[in-house]
Design a protein around this ligand. Sequence first.
Ligand code: SUD
Ligand code: ADP
Length: 285
Amino acid sequence: MKVLSPAKINLFLHVTGKRADGYHDLFTLMCCIGLFDELTFELTDSGVSVRCDHSAVPSDASNLAHRAATLFFERTGIQAGVSITLVKHIPVAAGLGGGSSNAATVLVWLNNRFGRPLSMDRLLEMGALLGADVPFFIFGRPALATGIGNRLVAYPLLPSLPVVLIHPDIPVSTGDIYKSFNLTLTNNKKISTIHSFTKQTPFEFAKHLENDLETVTLERYPEIGAAKKRLVAAGARGVLMSGSGPAVFGVFKDPAAAEQAYATIPRQTGERLFCATLLTAGHTA
Ligand SMILES: C[C@@](CO)(OP(=O)(O)O)[C@H](O)COP(=O)(O)OP(=O)(O)OC[C@H]1O[C@@H](n2ccc(N)nc2=O)[C@H](O)[C@@H]1O
Ligand SMILES: Nc1ncnc2c1ncn2[C@@H]1O[C@H](COP(=O)(O)OP(=O)(O)O)[C@@H](O)[C@H]1O
């Protein structure tokens, strides 16, 4: 049984506070895009195993797909196992949520396969134990997220536009970026502006695309700013880094403009480009 597991982008990401546990509170708009990993499931009598073709992704019990399946069997008490084959197409540690998406896909698939022993609320709770982005992928629709990214409200007003992604070949650790983030640099001006954006506010690409974590990454990795400039030069209506980076995306007015940009943007060594569409109608894991 083959299932697709999508990437996400953050159309805005505001860091609104730092919590006692070291995590950061966010206000972010997330949407899946049509760039997918592939998971194949085979049910077994017992045990969990994961095979993954990507050298930067573990195949042992630390793989997020493995952790998700183990958690599912532990929490439900179901006596069975699963063998998962994972083919990665989503760049790893890119700010595109690939591992979190895989974990969500596993939880939702197993839950459906075993007759839904877990409610949506339970699934969301379990997802949050695996990673801050996992609940969003379980939720499955464009969403405004608060808390550490786990309190979700559907956002229905995103137009289904195409994006071109550039993934510069730079290793970026989400934890490191948050650790270096200076809350006071970005926070003061914001709180009222941020809270005026609700699920009824139409999204304006010229106005709302903003990611506080760029204050860390653009300074540290000039390649990210340079990639944004190439997207602008190729005609993007707006450009932004996704999540903690290093992937950046440009939003284009139609598929032809995106394909033209994808074909003509000059590539740097090691970098990968992708064309994908915002999955505004949601996706099913
Ligand atoms: C930045 C975002 C935006 O969507 O995405 P990515 O760049 O990872 O895709 C998320 O906040 C990342 O979510 P996720 O990648 O699931 O984070 P986790 O594995 O839970 O956390 C990795 C580390 O980042 C820090 N962290 C994460 C989330 C958060 N709201 N505040 C934090 O300070 C913590 O130090 C944590 O140990
Ligand atoms: N199934 C998985 N897919 C991708 N990365 C995984 C997976 N399981 C564990 N990881 C690890 O999680 C880290 C973050 O990967 P990923 O989810 O792709 O990035 P991001 O947090 O930037 O969205 C990587 O260091 C990777 O080795």
